[in-house]
Design a protein around this ligand. Sequence first.
Ligand code: PRP
Length: 527
Amino acid sequence: MELDLTAFRPAERSTLQLRVLYEQAGYRKYRMARFEEYALYQQYESFLPDAQVVTFTDLDGKLRAIKPDVTLSIAKNAQPAPGTCKKYYYTEQVCRPSRESHTFTEISQMGLECLGAVGSAEQAEVVRLAAQSLAALGAPGVMELGHMGFVTALLDGIGAAKADRPALLALLQEKNPHGLREAAQKAGLPEEGIAALTELLTLNGPLTQTLAAARACCRYPGQREALDELTALQNDLGEAARGARLDLSLAGDMEYYNGLVFSGYLSGIPRAVLKGGQYDLLIRRFTPGACALGFALYLDELERLEAPLPPVREGETDGQQWLNIALPKGRLGDKAYALLAGAGYGAGDYNDTRKLVIENPDARVRYFLVKPSDVAIYVEHGAADVGIVGKDILAESGADVYELMDTGMGRCRMCVAGPKNFTDDESRALRVATKFVNIARAHYEQTGRDIDIIKLNGSIELAPILGLSDVIVDIVETGTTLKENDLAVLEEFMPISARFIANKASYQFKRAAIDALLGSMKEALEQ
Ligand code: PRP
C-alpha cells in the first residue's frame, strides 16, 4: 500500500520526507536522551541560544536539565577520529523560554550535523541538503548565506574592542544603520571603520552580484578568504545555489558560529524556518582540531502553511504583492501617515472613518490602524510587513524585527526623573515606577543598582509625588509634565524617535517593494 502523505500534518509530512533525504545522503539518526546533566549547559552557556534552562534534581541527586538544544550534546558525544566525519540528523523536542508566553515552550526541531574533517565538499553537501530541505517543505523559499569570517575580519581590522562587539553584531542583525553608526561612534571607532561597518548592511542581495560588490569593498585578508570560501561554495553547489542570496551582515552569534552561516525562509511564515552555520569553536572544546557544520529546521512553524488566506487579502487576485503597513493610531500615526502620503503612498483620510483597514490599490499598500504599543507585534508576527513605531515601544517589546530607518519624527528622550533634590543614598532597593519595565530593568542592570519595579500604565509622574516610588523611568518630550509636577530629569539614557521596521520574512519576499517605500520616505524626509 502506498503511504498517502497528504493525510499527515505539515510537520509530520516534512519529517518523513527529510528523513529519507538525510538517510540517502549517508546521515544517521541521532537519538538523544530526554535529559542532560545541567553541568553541560552551565559550562557551555555561551553556546546556547538562551541561558535559561529548566532544571530538576534527578533520583540520583544530580541536577539535570530538560534539553534546550541538541547540537551541544552531539558535539560532546560525536568524537570524530582525525581525518573522518560523523554525520547525524535528529528530530527532537527542545525546551526554551518564550518571551511571549512568559514560560518555557517545547519546540520541534529537525536538524543535521556534520562533524570532524569538514572540508569544502562537506560544506557544499550540508548547504545543498539545507536548500533541498527548504525546497521540500511545500512553499516557495529563499536561502540566505553569510560568513562570520567576513564580519570578524572587518571588526579586527577596524580595531573594534571585544567588549563592544556583541552590541555591534546585534545592530547588524537588526539591519539598523543609524544605531550601528551611533554605537560605533560611541565605541570610538575611526570614521573610515564606521563607514565600512555600515557598508556591510548594503552587501545584501542575489549571490553572484553581492559577491562581486563585496569583493570591490574588501579591506582585509580575512575578508577575502571568506569571499573565496563563498565563491568555492557557489561553484560546488552549482544549480542548488540558484536563487540564493548573500547577506554579509547576517551575523550569527559570534561565539557560536565562526565561518559560513545561513538561514532559510518560506513564503507565508514570518520568521526563518532554517538556521545553520559552521561552529568549529564548540566542537573543538570536545575534539581538538575538528570542524563542524549543521542546521536546524523549526517544524512547528510549518503548520502555518495550511492556514487559509486572511479575509483582508482575498482581494489580491492579480498575483501582485501588496505591502501591509501597521500604523500607530494617534499623534505619531498622524505624522507617520503624512510622511507616507507625502511619499506617494496615501490612502485617503483614515480619521474620516472607523475602518481599521484602509487601502490604496494603485500603490498596492494596505494600512492597519493599530494601537501604538501593538505595531511591533503585528510586524514581528508577519500580520503586517512593515510599520512605524516609537523606539521606546520597540525597545520595550524586544520584537525580533529589522529596524531599517530612523524617521526622526516624534523625538523625545527616555529618562530617569524624580523630585528635584532627590539623591540616591543606595541604602535600599530603588523603587522605580514605569510603563517601560524591560527598559528600566536593562538600564539599572548596566549600572548594577538593585531596584524594585512598580509597573504603571500612565500618569507615571504621580508615583514619586505620592511616595509610591523614588523615581520614574519615562519618556520626556517638552519636559512640561515634569516641570508642572515639580519633578526633574535625573538622567537621560536613550534617545527616542519613530523607527521604520520590517518583518524578517517580508524583507526576503517583498524586498523590492520595501526598498521602494524606504527610498520614497527618505526622499520625502529630505524635502
Ligand atoms: C507621556 C509621558 C509623559 C509625557 C511627557 O505621557 O509618559 O507623561 O508624555 O511629555 P512632555 O515632556 O512633553 O510633558 P502620555 O501623553 O503618553 O500619557 P500617559 O501619562 O498616559 O503615559
